[in-house]
Design a protein around this ligand. Structure first.
Ligand SMILES: C[S@@+](CC[C@H](N)C(=O)[O-])C[C@H]1O[C@@H](n2cnc3c(N)ncnc32)[C@H](O)[C@@H]1O
Length: 242
C-alpha cells in the first residue's frame, strides 16, 4: 500500500523566517498600533495568502488614494519617511518578519503618519491576490535579499515571474523603484526587467538615486562595506494598457 498522505508542494520563497521574538518596545508598538496591521486569511504557510483572500483598500485606509506597495519593507525606514512626504498616498508594506513589522509601526507613529498599513505575509502572494491589476501608483523593492550563492538564486525575489506580476499590477503611469547593493543581483535585476515586454526603463541604464528615499539599515551596511548602490526605475511600456 502506498502512503495516502497528500503531497504538499513547498514553493520556493525569497525569505527565511527567523525567530519572531520581539523586544519590549516592539511589543508595545505591536499592541499600540495593531489597527495598522491588516489581517488576511493564510494558506499553506503562516506567511501565505489564501487564494480567495480579499482586502478593501478604501476601507483599510478610510479613503481612496493612489496606492503604493513595498515588498520586503524590513524595519520600515523608507515607508515611514516617504509616507510622511506623501500624505496624499496610501502606502502598504508586505513584510514576513514580525519584529521588523513592529519597528515599522513605531517608526510610522514617530513620523506621525496614518497612511501606512502592513500585511504580515509573502508579498508575492499579497500582490497576486490582494492588489487589483493596474492599481499601483508605485511598487518598491529596496535591498531585496541578494541570495548570492548560485544554488540560491532561485530564491531571489526579482525573477521573470515577479517582473510579469509587477507589470500586471502597475497602473499605466505607475513606477517600480528598486535598489540593491549587490553588484551581481543589480545586473541580474536589470536583465530580467529589460526582458519583460510590458516594462520600460525610465532612465538610460541605472536610475539616479530617488531623492525621497532615506538610507535604510541595509543600504547603510552596503555603503559601510564600500559597495556601490544601484537604483533602477521602470514603468509600463506605452500601448500596453489600452
Ligand atoms: C535585506 S532586507 C531589506 C529591508 C528593507 N527594504 C531595507 O532596505 O532595509 C529584505 C527584507 O525583505 C523581507 N522579505 C523577503 N522576501 C519577502 C517576501 N516575499 N514578502 C515579504 N517580505 C519579504 C525580509 O523579511 C527582509 O525584512
Amino acid at each position: 500500500m502506498g502512503d495516502a498522505r497528500p503531497v504538499v508542494q513547498r514553493e520556493v520563497v525569497s525569505f527565511v523566517r527567523r525567530s519572531a521574538r520581539m523586544n519590549p518596545s516592539q511589543e508595545k508598538a505591536w499592541r499600540d498600533h495593531a489597527d495598522w496591521v491588516l489581517r488576511v486569511p493564510t494558506g499553506q504557510r503562516s506567511t501565505s495568502v489564501a487564494p480567495d483572500a480579499h482586502l478593501d483598500w478604501a476601507d483599510a485606509f478610510g479613503r481612496r488614494a493612489p496606492l503604493v506597495v513595498e515588498v520586503g519593507g524590513g524595519t520600515g525606514d523608507v515607508i515611514a519617511a516617504v509616507a510622511a512626504l506623501h500624505p496624499e498616498r496610501n502606502h502598504v508594506a508586505f513584510e514576513v518578519f514580525e519584529p521588523a513589522v513592529a519597528s515599522t509601526l513605531s517608526k510610522c507613529a514617530r513620523a506621525g503618519v496614518d497612511n501606512v498599513r502592513v500585511v504580515v505575509a509573502n508579498g508575492v502572494e499579497g500582490l497576486t491576490t490582494l492588489i487589483p491589476d493596474a492599481a499601483l501608483a508605485e511598487l518598491w523593492t529596496f535591498f531585496p535579499d541578494p541570495w548570492p550563492k548560485k544554488r540560491h538564486h532561485k530564491r531571489r525575489l526579482v525573477s521573470p515571474a515577479f517582473a510579469a506580476l509587477a507589470a500586471r499590477k502597475l497602473a499605466a503611469d505607475g513606477v517600480w523603484r528598486l535598489a540593491t547593493d549587490d553588484p551581481g543581483y543589480a545586473e541580474a535585476i536589470r536583465a530580467v526587467l529589460d526582458a519583460e515586454p510590458a516594462l520600460v526603463n525610465r532612465f538610460d541604464g541605472w536610475a539616479p538615486r530617488w531623492q525621497d528615499r532615506p538610507h535604510s539599515r541595509y543600504e547603510a551596511k552596503g555603503i559601510a562595506a564600500g559597495r556601490a548602490i544601484r537604483d533602477l526605475c521602470y514603468g509600463i511600456r506605452e500601448g500596453v494598457r489600452q
